[in-house]
Write a protein that binds this ligand. Structure first.
Ligand SMILES: *Cc1c(COP(=O)(O)O)cnc(C)c1O
Length: 383
């Protein structure tokens, strides 16, 4: 049992809502809701030492996860992902402390498993009967498998040029797949238009409050793997930005319960040149991002023209002293060979984008040779 979840709170206006019924966005201002916990009750009672005897999965951070009763947890074995010291790749950029957080080891081969394990568990707890999702690919696969495992029907909307792996895996586990002539934003519109009539619960990232809770465990793992001292830099391939938003939230929670200090990694958000709304907003000094027109890139997970959490991503980048950069598809393709050939780590285009960004980041002094740097390889290679 876990009684630390208190309520949901709007990330923008602060209004609070009960967590015991399904919720999407803030009823007042339409922005994402965040799970809030009784952190003061955890401060003296929960210690890092207690983790040692727990299973090597993200569920070891149970006290700061939003599921009330363990019997509702839907798990496919969300293993802690390795943090690999990339010595040979680092040497090529003059970095002695370059690390890869290899998220490809998670169920379905991408870190989307973290968020959807959490969202589907919570949906089961709340008795939700049908789940719908717009996706650029990996979220669809992750929702489909967790929904299948929970026995909840899933309705998937994704662009018709989504990677075959994602389309086929959804179909294999029996999800209802609709292919859209458009982008993830168009898929989102289809879900929004039909959900009331169909009785679907919308699991779009950050429109649903618990996927971000799953993604924040990336930050918990990093903190634990580095001995509760955070690295200097996190380089993160950004689509909807749930990972950055989640890790930022998670670090604040760890500080509040006294497990880490004030230091935060500088968040460097990497996008593709063909779809870089966050980079554009960052360069223009804006607090919100304009929708990106004609989005295109081989990194389908980065093909997100508009992120509902744009202001939260930009805030985390700004407050952490980070930045945002765009890379070309050609540079991504090159990096898809460079990472495996130097480190033996196979990567998806999104993970490769972080490697592709290194040359510029080291070249212009954003990353210094003494920095401890973590690249997120957010998924594995799929042909
Ligand atoms: C979804 C996805 C991303 C983007 O993640 P966000 O946290 O939504 O920005 C990056 N890489 C892969 C492989 C993805 O599937």
């Amino acid at each position: 049992m876990n009684n630390f979840l208190q309520h949901l709170e709007c990330s923008r206006c602060g209004e609070t809502f009960p967590h015991i019924v399904p919720q999407n966005l803030c009823h007042s201002c339409g922005k994402p809701l965040f799970a809030r916990y009784a952190l003061d009750q955890l401060t003296d009672t929960w210690k890092p030492k207690q983790l040692q005897s727990r299973p090597n999965t993200l569920w070891r951070y149970r006290e700061l996860l939003p599921i009330s009763n363990d019997k509702h947890i839907v798990s496919l074995g969300e293993t802690l992902t390795p943090l690999i010291h990339a010595k040979r790749l680092g040497a090529q950029f003059g970095l002695q402390q370059l690390w890869i957080k290899d998220e490809s080891r998670l169920p379905t081969g991408s870190f989307k498993a973290r968020g959807l394990a959490m969202a589907v568990s919570k949906a089961k707890e709340l008795g939700i009967k049908k789940l719908a999702i717009p996706s650029a690919g990996n979220a669809a696969t992750a929702l489909s498998v967790y929904a299948a495992s929970a026995g909840i029907p899933a309705f998937i909307f994704m662009p018709k040029d989504t990677p075959t792996y994602n389309i086929e895996t959804c179909q294999l586990v029996g999800a209802n797949v609709t292919l859209i002539d458009g982008l993830i934003s168009d898929a989102g519109k289809s879900v929004a238009e039909r959900k009331t009539d169909e009785g679907w619960f919308d699991v779009s990232t950050l429109k649903e409050p618990y996927r971000v809770e799953g993604k924040k465990t990336m930050g918990f793992e990093l903190a634990e793997q580095f001995g509760w001292k955070l690295p200097d830099v996190i380089v993160y391939p950004t689509g909807g930005g749930t990972g950055i938003v989640g890790m930022w939230k998670g670090f604040a929670e760890l500080e509040a319960i006294g497990w880490i200090g004030k230091k935060r990694p500088r968040f460097i958000s990497v996008q593709a040149e063909g779809c870089a709304p966050i980079v554009k907003a960052w360069n223009e000094g804006k607090t919100h991002a304009e929708p990106w027109q004609n989005a295109h890139t081989i990194a389908s997970g980065l093909r997100v023209p508009q992120a509902i959490g744009d202001f939260l991503i930009l805030e985390a980048i700004r407050e952490s002293g980070g930045t945002a950069v765009a890379v070309t598809d050609d540079a991504i393709k090159e990096a898809m060979q460079m990472l495996p050939s130097t480190e033996g780590i196979l990567t998806c285009p999104e993970g490769a984008a972080t490697v592709a960004a290194l040359e510029e980041l080291v070249g212009n002094g954003t990353i210094k040779s003494s920095d401890q740097v973590v690249l997120f390889n957010t998924g594995g290679y799929q042909s």
